[in-house]
Write a protein that binds this ligand. Structure first.
Ligand SMILES: [Zn+2]
Length: 291
């Protein structure tokens, strides 16, 4: 069995693991320290990789929030992580002398969940991450589907043609409704002022009707988006991850009701993520997929 290193760069934490066939053999995690700037973040990345490095590792896979140029290896203007224009692929390759592969965090999530999580043994798997942004990944017959390079931007499917402007310049994207910012906006429209979705979750857990309504609406919006995805791909399973997935009990019913009413094809399973550290495992799996 070949071993690979998976690196998961996030706005809060940097994680890496030495991975053999979907199992993490060695793991290290540290704070990203975005407030300390580019140099410190890059130092933290090196420190994290060194902690799990093994001479037998064949390649390093990186998952990072987009926008990215995964072929060239450069990071774009990623919200929350000040690594704009850094060629992360070259930086790591020069340091560790191994082949390096890069893809966005949502694709790595989808690949990890598809190969080793609830998508295992399923032909068509869609992964959706709900967080600061909304990401997506499409895995068909155990292979990441990339189109001509950038497929899977499922968060930017339009669900309301004259809806709010999205950071992609389109209007009414799924992301404008069910990202953390979108959810907070829904809450505000229901006269709840909270700064984080976690607070909204806490209110809903205590039975606050307006908070519960806000999550119901979120499930409705997400359901419309997922119905579009089901109509396009007729997937066996859709796996929902990202920090908003923790609010699953409050949005999954309205989401599933909406899908039942609106999707043409029936029978797609919709589940919350189960595989832990799928960012690391998916990034490592990227190495095995790429050539
Ligand atoms: Zn958009």
């Amino acid at each position: 069995m070949k071993s690979y290193i998976g690196l998961d760069i996030g706005g809060t934490n940097i994680k890496a693991g030495l991975v053999i066939n979907g199992k993490i053999i060695k793991k290290f995690e540290t704070k990203t320290q975005c407030n300390k700037g580019k140099k410190q973040i890059l130092n933290n990345i090196i420190k994290t990789l060194e902690a799990v490095f093994d001479k037998k590792a064949k390649a390093i896979g990186i998952g990072c929030p987009g926008p990215l140029d995964s072929k060239k290896g450069t990071i774009g203007n990623t919200p929350n992580i000040p690594l704009k224009n850094v060629n992360i692929k070259k930086f790591i390759k020069d340091r560790f002398k191994l082949p390096v592969y890069l893809d966005n965090d949502a694709n790595c999530f989808a690949l990890g969940q598809a190969l080793y999580g609830p998508g295992k043994n399923k032909n068509t798997v869609i992964g959706i991450t709900l967080g600061t942004g909304v990401g997506g990944g499409i895995v068909i017959n155990k292979k990441m589907f990339q189109g001509k390079g950038n497929a899977g931007e499922l968060g930017h499917i339009t669900i309301n043609f004259d809806g709010p402007k999205s950071r992609c310049n389109n209007h009414g994207c799924i992301e404008t409704y069910v990202s953390s910012r979108g959810i907070l906006k829904t809450a505000k429209n229901n006269n709840i002022k909270v700064k984080e979705t976690k607070e909204l979750f806490n209110l809903a857990s205590k039975g606050n009707k307006k908070a519960i309504k806000s999550f119901n609406q979120t499930g409705f919006y997400l359901g419309i988006g997922l119905a579009n995805i089901i109509n396009a791909f007729d997937p066996n399973i859709i796996i929902i991850g990202g920090k908003i997935a923790d609010s699953w009990p409050f949005f999954n019913k309205s989401m599933k009701d909406t899908i039942r009413k609106r999707a043409l094809s029936k029978g797609t399973k919709i589940v919350k993520r189960t595989l832990k550290d799928s960012g690391i495992i998916g990034a490592a799996a990227l190495c095995a997929q790429s050539k």
